[in-house]
Design a protein around this ligand. Structure first.
Ligand code: SF4
Length: 182
């Protein structure tokens, strides 16, 4: 039973969004804008919490952990998926295709919503295929949003470390002579 009921409470709270967008969006393309809202919010969260979204809130991540887990052979995914160059190549490819299609659909707002739904469906099909071949989270190793979050998280933690180091250095510095008189 414990094995069947996988996933965090936050993932159970979000999983319905995956079905709503990926299936409901086929009949009602406006639902694609929910994906846009998520894509706009994720970078801000990622700067402070890196891939917190992926492990706790992503609707597709929840689907992969809760549902696809039971159909996965749990094999390690190819080492290539770990290479930054490959991950950024996937990012660039998907974003280029997306940008071209967005340019073509621009002005037709139903079509733009449908484009987000389409992107969700296509990448989810790839995620499911990788999940049944390797492991349920294989897609997450190369997902463009995952790659972006990881980089923003590093940037954010780098800034925090620099700020901490500066604050520490300031405390350690001997008081400037005559500083009080200035
Ligand atoms: S890597 Fe992509 S699909 Fe996986 S949890 Fe993160 S945002 Fe969702």
């Amino acid at each position: 039973m414990k094995r069947l009921l996988r996933g965090k409470p936050s993932q159970w709270a979000m999983i319905w969004l995956f079905f709503l967008i990926a299936i409901g969006g086929l009949w009602y393309p406006w639902l694609g804008y929910l994906m846009l809202a998520m894509m706009l919010g994720i970078p801000a969260l990622a700067y402070f919490r890196s891939r917190y979204w992926c492990g706790n809130l992503c609707p597709r991540g929840a689907f992969l952990d809760i549902v696809l887990y039971h159909f996965s052979p749990h094999r390690p995914y190819p080492k290539l998926f770990k290479k930054q160059s490959f991950r950024w190549a996937v990012f660039s490819f998907i974003m280029t295709v997306f940008a071209i299609r967005m340019t073509l659909a621009w002005g037709n707002w139903v079509a733009v919503g449908g484009l987000f739904v389409n992107m969700c469906v296509v990448t989810s099909i790839v995620a499911i295929l990788l999940g049944v071949i390797f492991n349920q989270r294989a897609w997450c190793a190369i997902c463009p949003m995952g790659t972006l979050q990881e980089s923003l998280g590093k940037l954010g933690s780098g800034q925090t470390k620099t700020q901490k180091a500066r604050a520490k250095a300031t405390k350690l510095l001997p008081p400037v002579e005559g500083a009080r008189d200035r």
